[in-house]
Design a binder for this molecule. Sequence first.
Ligand code: PLP
Length: 416
Amino acid sequence: MRIDNEDISNGQPLSGAGSAAIHAGGKMNAEHAHLTPIYATSTFLFDNAEQGMDRFSGKEKGFIYSRFGNPTTAKAAEIIASLEAFKLTDQEGQPLQLKAILHASGQAAMATMFLSNLAAGDTVLSHYSIYGGTHEFLYDVLPKFGINSIIADLREPGQLETIIKNNPSLKIVHIETPANPTMFCIDLEAVTRIAKQNGVLVTVDNTFATPYLQQPFKYGVDFVFHSTTKFLNGHGTAIGGVLIGRNIEFMNTTAKKYHILLGSNSSPFDAFLLMQGVKTLELRMEKHCSNAAVVAEYLSRHPAISQVNYNGLPDHPDYELTQKQMRHAGAVLSFELGKGMDAGKRFINQLNMCVRAVSVGTVDTLLSHPASMSHSGMEREDRLKSGITDGLIRMSVGLEAIEDILFDLDQALKDL
Ligand SMILES: Cc1ncc(COP(=O)(O)O)c(C=O)c1O
């Protein structure tokens, strides 16, 4: 698969990621349909027995069975790979080649990534503040298979060298930046440099940033995954995930094998929804982020709020890092009400237009309570270390008129 920018536009170089999101993957299909059709089929026909054998042996390229691969899911994966690689080059100065595999969920993409890279006796290192489901997978599931998981404060990349020296079985450093829901950021360049010097792989959950705001492959990371359920789909219409890797051979063999054997294929319909959503990624992210910046500023001045975690505010500890490695700070933030958990519940119940729901990245503004919802599977002690206090509220800022978002927050915060 070639994904240099000229290939996706009949030789015309593309200057904007928005154009890549619309044109990546090419325009043609057998029926010349304008949009990539939903190939709702479980299996594919062979002209004869020899062709079936050749497809299975890999001698002939082509689809076999939709759990192994499907034209709609393949096209959606190619678009995301194009966005992650957009305008990046490899060590020879050639357009960076990446391979993506679409999954049924972000969790499935994450599971393929860890299971295809790790074996009993290996160790994974992650930062404190990561998505609750990833945390549970690393600390409840992997140890049952003899894989050890450790946590450290990766916001101090200097510590990494010592951790690597003390853990010779360390195989992967896993980063989520910005992290859910504290918006703590990790220095992608520094962590990747130290890990690479020591032969350790780097994996990144890029869900909150999207490739429009941040391209981890620029720093040489090995794998990126997304919950496409969030900003990439953008409309809350499907659960999905994608795993992207720079080692094409590994992606086409080992990662593909785990994807197939775990049965974690995306449905073609969900892939179709993802492809429609991703076309407006640039437009949406620009508006999401400008709305979020105004909301963060408003909340930081409100007397009922004791703390706002938004990496776009100059007093956030990772503000400088955000400026260095992201286009904008993103559209998720969290905040603490001065009067604790009860005030938090009252606030959430008083919202009118904004929506009470978990997830992030939809067109509407969503608010949730991580301690009792997305991170409820974590031990309280671990949760507190991750900065997720009992009263923390997470907000995914939507695309509504900013005046309407502020109006709703203002009335819900009254008398708290
Ligand atoms: C940062 C992050 N990573 C991964 C996931 C898991 O994705 P999914 O729910 O699509 O399996 C989520 C879900 O909330 C998330 O927020």
